[in-house]
Design a binder for this molecule. Structure first.
Ligand code: LFR
Length: 493
């Protein structure tokens, strides 16, 4: 160790914020501080949603400089982001445009172009659920609808790969982010030639997988000079899909645990040594994504806080004032339980022009308090449904539910989850992704560290909460109302 503690910067770049976090590892525990948080949002241009990758890159540079100013020389950096999306580099080596956001019609068109039997084959080959947002389906849609992008493409870099490239000039990928493309065979966690053959996509655009714990490159001298910071800091191959990093920080000591990684999405699943690829997983729409240290995160991609984030945003625009979460939660809880419920994964909620109108159309509720209550309760019911499916797939029950990520701050939703699932809920850490990114760098610095050891080191530095199921909560009545509201043919998950 160069100093008393190893100093790692973890970037957590999500759909709603870009966070720079510093983590200090003293050989025993990881402590951390959020250095900078900058809002992120997809930007709509002529009906198509894009990411402002340059703003994201700039905010990461600002965060890195602030971290070094405050803590001194940084020993390493790791980047995690949301999954699926990618930048396209042309033959000149430059970006052909802002990366598209997965909430667009290209993926849906791509999915529609594949027949049912081939979709099943693609699941069997990959172990990943057929979701319209998967990079594979987006690329099929882009090839058809934006041919100038596809034909001009030399390299496809997933968002964390693109950011690593922008910082270091090195192109590469790693298994967790690449797994969200549906182009890997999750038995080997490497690209599947057969999938490229079936889809007729071009494998040469994709980059080799850099194993976790290896260096992906060092910061470009020009950036270091511009920021006036140390130029030798290595960028480490961490689980660069935010979900995979977040799962590293689950404070579980047992091997079998359920996590709900709660943010814009809710990822509900468990960690496995090997993928489970069978008809049950297919029917329940679960995916075997890549996890840290060669694990698999078997999970359901389910709608999360995206619905409520949009309701909040629309309310703020309508009323020309801010609505903080505690106010929205008290409005929801005041409305009680006797509200209509809906499927949070209903296709009409994926990217509606107006989220509030879309919920009204599904529920018939028109008072905002009741819409909020309906949304929180429906989310908690979707958790119970996914957990029941997971238990069915795994063939055993799970005792408790770990809720991690920014959504774990929401005590009302945590309690509803405990009440409706009838399982104790353990919450924390909130900064799950960045802590996981930091903990994964510990594996690079400390040769004796294991996933178990770094998980324990993270657990020592965080606060957790516990929510116990209410004895008299009308859980069957509430869940029954939810299941009756479902129209499976319209569900995306
Ligand atoms: C969560 C997440 C999900 C992925 C979704 C879209 O932040 O990474 O795992 O399915 O975003 O990329």
């Amino acid at each position: 160790m160069k100093h008393d503690s190893v100093r790692c910067v973890g970037f957590d770049c999500g759909n709603s914020s870009v966070r720079t976090v510093i983590g200090l590892y003293d050989g025993n525990s990881v402590t951390s501080e959020v250095i900078l948080q900058v809002p992120n949002r997809a930007i709509t241009v002529n009906g198509v949603d894009f990411w402002d990758i340059l703003k994201i890159f700039e905010s990461m540079q600002t965060g890195l400089k602030a971290a070094e100013n405050k803590y001194g020389e940084i020993d390493s950096v790791g980047i995690s982001t949301w999954g699926i999306d990618f930048g396209i580099l042309g033959t000149s080596g430059h970006l052909l445009g802002n990366p598209l956001c997965y909430r667009n019609i290209f993926g849906l068109k791509g999915l529609e172009s594949i027949d049912t039997a081939t979709k099943k084959q693609l699941f069997d080959l990959s172990g990943i659920q057929n979701h319209p947002m998967n990079s594979m389906y987006q690329l099929l849609g882009i090839r058809d609808m934006l041919p100038e992008y596809y034909e001009g493409a030399k390299d496809i870099l997933f968002i964390p790969d693109l950011l690593n490239f922008m910082f270091t000039g090195e192109k590469g990928t790693e298994n967790t982010i690449a797994s969200t493309s549906q182009l890997l065979d999750m038995r080997t966690q490497d690209y599947s030639d057969k999938i490229f053959q079936v889809t007729n996509l071009d494998r040469s655009m994709f980059h080799p997988v850099v194993p976790h714990g290896k260096e992906r490159g060092v910061m470009l001298g020009s950036i270091a000079k511009h920021l006036e910071i140390d130029s030798t800091m290595p960028f480490i191959s961490v689980p660069s899909h935010d979900t995979a990093s977040a799962v590293v920080s689950v404070p579980a000591t047992e091997d079998n645990f359920i996590f709900i990684s709660s943010g814009t999405w809710s990822l509900i699943g468990t960690e496995l040594d090997e993928p489970i690829i069978n008809d049950k997983v297919y029917d329940h729409s679960f995916a075997n994504e890549g996890g840290a240290a060669d694990t698999i995160t078997l999970l359901k991609n389910s709608a999360g806080m995206h619905i409520l984030q949009n309701v909040k945003h629309e309310l703020e625009q309508l009323n020309n004032r801010k609505f903080e979460w505690p106010e929205l939660i008290s409005m929801a809880s005041g409305a009680g339980l006797s509200v209509a419920l809906y499927d949070p994964n209903h296709q009409s909620l994926y990217n509606p022009e107006k989220m509030i109108d879309a919920i009204i159309a599904l529920t018939g509720e028109s008072e905002i308090e009741r819409i909020l209550a309906s949304s929180f309760i429906s989310l908690a019911c979707s958790y119970r449904e996914a957990i029941a499916d997971l238990e069915d797939i795994c063939g055993h029950g799970f005792e408790a539910v770990h809720i991690i990520g920014g959504g774990s701050r929401n005590a009302y939703l945590n309690q509803l989850t405990a009440d409706i699932t009838d399982k104790p809920v353990i919450t924390g850490p909130e900064e799950a992704t960045s802590l996981g990114t930091i903990a994964s760098q510990v594996l690079y610095h400390d040769g004796s560290a294991t996933l178990k050891k770094v998980r324990a080191a993270v657990a020592k530095g965080i606060k957790t909460g516990t929510f116990t199921p209410g004895k008299d909560f009308p859980r069957e009545e509430t869940y029954g109302k939810y299941t009756r509201s479902m129209d499976r043919s319209k569900s995306l998950s």
